[in-house]
Design a protein around this ligand. Sequence first.
Ligand code: AMP
Length: 397
Amino acid sequence: MKILVINCGSSSLKYQLINMETKHLIAKGLVDRIGLAGAVLTHSLTSGEDEVITADIPNHTAAIGLVLEALIDPKYGAVKELKEIAAVGHRVLHGAHKFSASVVVNDAVMEALYECIPLGPLHNPANIAGIEACQKLMPGTPNVAVFDTAFAQTMPDYAYVYGLPYEYYEKHHIRRYGFHGTSHKYISQRAPIVLGRPTEELKVIICHLGNGSSITAVKGGKCIETSMGLTPLAGLLMGTRCGDIDPAIVSKVMTIENLGVDQIDNFLNKKCGVLGVSGVSSDFRDLGAAAEQGNYRAQLALNMFTYYIQKYIGSYVAAMDGVDAIVFTAGIGENSSSIRAAICAKMNYLGVSLDEEKNKIRGQEIDIASADSRCRILVIPTNEELMIALDTVELTQ
Ligand code: AMP
């Protein structure tokens, strides 16, 4: 069975076609600059060849049309006909309070998706456009919506209600939702397998550290706390996002810079984080190189990133009354042995000790703690697309 996974951003679209019998990737690609001049589709087969197609791509329907043409192209296609694709799984950013699990899309679901737009104004319209394009271009093929917010829906009320008048939660659904749920869910299912222990008895802290970063506390397989909030701006210091700050800073910066609502939103999402602190880059490889050259602000940004994570881990140990394993995943979590080591350096209170040789290994699921470490430290490469495809199969079979 073949499942197409689609991840629509406002001006981009990523896709993967996955063989679910083998769990192997058949083809993948990226459409960039949708609605802009110079739009391009890069279609890659597992053989490693890339086919670059430049075309006029005014909207997501046109983008998906081009992707489907590429998938059945006699020269570089991956299937003979679209009927071979059993279902399509769509990443949807915000499911608000309406979705606590993935769903097969029908009219009622579409209506609810539109109602979620105010909470995900930048991403949800693109996610909806992707679903509608597939409904139009692949009639009869089921679509499944998989939400970034669903995994954290198991949090207790005292973890997700904010200290605002309660009617803001009741009327406007302002609460902590959490994001990166597909990644956290995938890792929460892999961790017990890597540890060889039953899910029900485990307390796990998952550190998804990439361009956007979030941490989740998972007890008995269920998320009980997460660092992102109403939006993906909250929590850790990120590439360009500020993470947790004193809320009064928002009006202060608006006054200093004479900014409107959209401008302050853009500022907090795009100009802050390690980029803003360092003035160097949002990419941790650039920061590491600059810090090695003695750049004070690059080193400060790295120290802040590490420190925020250490504080979050400590608070999640308290929230779960213990921890069995801490997992690192995503771009930084999977690749940076130095950042993992820096984070773990302040975990004597948990009896953590790292195996330095194992910490150097990349690209595989591994326990990098030394044999005598009381808490296990894992690296597990995330696979959000496979998780979306697995949910899609489960719901459409
Ligand atoms: P992601 O959002 O999960 O794709 O992660 C992207 C981020 O991972 C990039 O911005 C880089 O900062 C970071 N990254 C990737 N490889 C490395 C590495 N070897 N060392 C440090 N950071 C890395």
